[in-house]
Design a protein around this ligand. Structure first.
Ligand SMILES: Nc1ncnc2c1ncn2[C@@H]1O[C@H](COP(=O)(O)OP(=O)(O)O)[C@@H](O)[C@H]1O
Ligand SMILES: N[C@@H](CCC(=O)OP(=O)(O)O)C(=O)O
Length: 372
């Protein structure tokens, strides 16, 4: 079997606290340099890579002299704030050695729950990727309390995979993969080489964190794979110290545990759109555009739009109806209703002249559309 990463062009790599901080002994310069070198190699192959790194609290504890994990939330937050400086510095230095720019992105749950902030986070990350920067993400621990935390970076990694429609999530940890039981407690446990993401049987195999450093254990990784699969991303769980783990995975070698998403990215994403998003307005399209959409599987261009009903913003879902009002398709619009009113009936080449900018030649790209 080939690696779930072989075809992936956009990859989220998550590294856990125990790996990053060498089991709490301090930032592991050698390991971090190796991942940076491998990620730089993936970038050189044209792949987009986002790194989700834990370790701020573990590193901060060391810097502030805590010998055991504080129970006071503000002390934990102080550790996170302090340790994050170390993470930012070491990633910046390690990637710079390969001529790769990094950017720090700290996210909270509220950032992904609020639609506007969600879209902003998505645009910032995709812009960074377009500019060939490797975003380094962590939870913004200093401003969140237990009730509103992602809680673990496995979940955060999956949410980022959903956010930017990644093809794969690679969770690097301190074990070679998912075992049939916690290998620290069961010497007979066997490695699960591959399974379907979301298979409930995996949840009963996975236990909590085996070390005092990590927070989620295997269960959060298995659940992250289930979540990532919702937008069509495959997950790999592998040992972070495996030599050249990332480049070998990208080359097709099946290392660790491959948890495959049952549906393709496009299907999953379209399904998600239909299930989750409310329609914000309508565009009435002429017979020519209707035929392009329904018979030829083409995108909707502004020239085919003859009227706009309701108000909607960029990135929202609109229904395309024919002149008789029959719903034909639904999709994410590249332009807000006020903009569509100005560019409708015009050729796409005129968009820039009319609006002063172009989000794309299409009003709704085919990949962002479902026929009804
Ligand atoms: N079925 C399992 N297979 C592998 N590891 C497991 C399993 N169940 C529990 N674990 C434990 O999960 C730990 C990894 O989770 P965690 O400590 O949170 O790592 P990280 O810091 O990489 O997120 C392993 O060290 C292991 O003891
Ligand atoms: N945001 C926290 C990470 C918490 C976490 O999920 O840790 P881990 O289970 O090691 O991935 C930190 O940087 O310490």
């Amino acid at each position: 079997m080939n690696s779930a990463l072989q075809q992936a062009s956009r990859i989220i790599v998550k590294v856990g606290s125990s790996l990053v901080t060498d089991e709490g002994r301090g930032l592991d310069h050698t390991a971090i340099a190796r991942w940076a070198s491998q990620i730089a190699a993936l970038r050189a192959l044209g792949k987009d890579v986002v790194l989700v790194s834990s370790g701020a609290i573990a590193e901060g504890m060391l810097r502030l002299g805590f010998t055991k994990r504080p129970t006071d939330i503000h002390e934990l937050q102080a550790c996170a704030a302090c340790g994050q400086m170390g993470l930012a510095q070491i990633y910046e230095t390690s990637f710079r050695a390969h001529g790769v720019q990094t950017a720090q992105v700290l996210l909270t749950h509220a950032d992904l729950a609020d639609r506007e902030r969600y879209l902003n986070a998505r645009s910032t990350l995709t812009t960074l990727l377009r500019l060939k920067v490797v975003p380094i993400i962590n939870e913004n621990d200093t401003v969140v309390t237990d009730e509103i935390k992602f809680g673990d970076n496995d979940t955060l990694g999956a949410l980022v995979a959903n956010l930017i429609e990644a093809d794969a999530l690679v969770i690097l940890t301190d074990q070679p993969g998912l075992y049939s039981a916690d290998p620290r407690k069961n010497p007979d446990a066997r490695l699960i080489a591959h399974a379907q993401a979301g298979d409930v049987a995996l949840e009963s195999m996975a236990g909590g964190a085996g070390s005092s450093i990590g927070s989620g254990g295997m269960l959060t990784k298995v659940l992250a794979a289930k979540r990532a699969a919702r937008s069509g991303a495959h997950t790999v769980i592998a040992w972070g110290r495996e030599p050249d783990v990332l480049t070998r995975l990208a080359g097709g070698e099946a290392i660790g545990t491959q948890l495959l998403a049952p549906t393709g990215r496009l299907t999953a994403r379209r399904q998600w759109m239909v299930d989750h998003l409310h329609t914000s307005g309508e565009v009435v399209i002429d017979a020519g555009a209707a035929a392009k959409l329904t018979r030829e599987g083409k995108s909707l261009l502004p020239i085919g739009v003859i009227a706009v009903k309701g108000e909607f913003g960029r990135g929202q879902v609109v229904t395309c109806v024919d002149e008789a009002g029959k719903p034909l398709a639904r999709g994410l619009t590249n332009y807000a209703s006020s903009e569509v009113r100005r560019i409708m009936r015009h050729s796409s080449t005129e968009i820039e002249r009319i609006l002063g900018f172009v989000e794309g030649p299409e009003l709704i790209h085919r990949d962002n559309m479902v026929l009804l």
